[in-house]
Design a protein around this ligand. Sequence first.
Ligand SMILES: [Zn+2]
Length: 81
Amino acid sequence: MEQVGSLLICCLYDVVRIGDAMDFQVGDVIKMKKAHPCGTNQWEITRVGMDFRLKCKGCGRQVMLPRKQVEKSFRGKYPAD
Ligand SMILES: [Zn+2]
């Protein structure tokens, strides 16, 4: 992912596509590569930044993950209510 920066500069279409895919906001509910041990794979974003805080929608447990880890494990976004 280290080359993304130069891609962003030279290809406007990719800017839009990558930007859309990785547009995380507080309140978003996302699906990750691995479900939480409680069996739920719905994570609500409660903080964004260098580190993300995710809250399991099943049991309410919160975890902190580096942004890169979230991007790597990201498998999709659930539609907003
Ligand atoms: Zn859980």
